[in-house]
Design a protein around this ligand. Structure first.
Ligand SMILES: Cc1cc2nc3c(=O)[nH]c(=O)nc-3n(C[C@H](O)[C@H](O)[C@H](O)COP(=O)(O)O)c2cc1C
Length: 191
């Protein structure tokens, strides 16, 4: 059974809950899944595919997930990977949020050459003004960021379903390539 790692960073837990749902969906689709907070102890080479995600804070991924992707770039470049960003900017400003997400993916791709995600997604998160420092609370009160839990579980499940399909396709292509290489190489060698 193919092994999939779902790894995430989180500050207040909303991304961890999204990762848990992604993990359950992939397990239901027949993968063997671990859902783990991103960190240096994870042995990425034990997996056949990886889903990595993080909330956006100040237009950037939380560092634990970004550091995970960058420090495991060589291993991740050899397997199918899907990335997701969680944020609340998109609740009021979908275009700006998509630009922010695409910028994050572009930065990760620059820092981790060879990383070619099979899919990326941006999900609405959950926001409470009480989590902001005092001055930002005042600014945000003026900006009027929509508070509350905006997570769209249906969108998250539907993306995960597609990611499962893409992982299966990519793994099939990889094993066909390996099978294709073997006999030809030995024929060449034996003349
Ligand atoms: C200080 C602060 C900065 C944030 N910056 C952004 C941002 O730049 N873009 C965005 O879309 N959401 C932003 N958010 C919203 C968070 O991404 C959202 O609340 C997310 O669900 C938090 O995930 P977590 O509960 O896993 O920590 C910010 C929230 C806080 C408290």
């Amino acid at each position: 059974m193919p092994r999939v790692l779902v790894t995430y960073a989180t500050r207040y837990g909303s991304t961890a809950e999204i990762a848990a749902v992604i993990g359950r969906e992939l397990a239901d689709a027949g993968f063997e899944v671990d859902v783990l907070h991103a960190g240096p102890e994870i042995q990425v080479a034990r997996y056949d595919a990886v889903v990595a995600g993080a909330p956006s804070y100040g237009r950037k991924w939380l560092p634990a997930a970004a550091v995970f992707v960058v420090s495991n770039r060589e291993t991740l470049a050899r397997m199918p990977v899907a990335l997701f960003t969680v944020g609340t900017l998109g609740v009021k400003n979908p275009k700006s949020a998509l630009r922010e997400h695409n910028g994050i993916v572009a930065t990760l791709s620059e820092l981790a050459p060879g990383l070619e995600p099979v899919s990326t997604a941006l999900f609405h998160g959950s926001f409470s003004r009480k989590n902001l420092p005092f001055l930002l609370k005042l600014l945000d009160w003026v900006a009027g960021t929509p508070q509350g839990d905006h997570r769209d579980w249906e969108a998250i499940r539907s993306w995960t379903h597609r990611v499962g399909e893409l992982f299966t396709e990519a793994m099939g292509q990889a094993s066909e390539a390996v099978e294709g290489e073997g006999p030809e190489a030995s024929e060449d060698e034996t003349g």
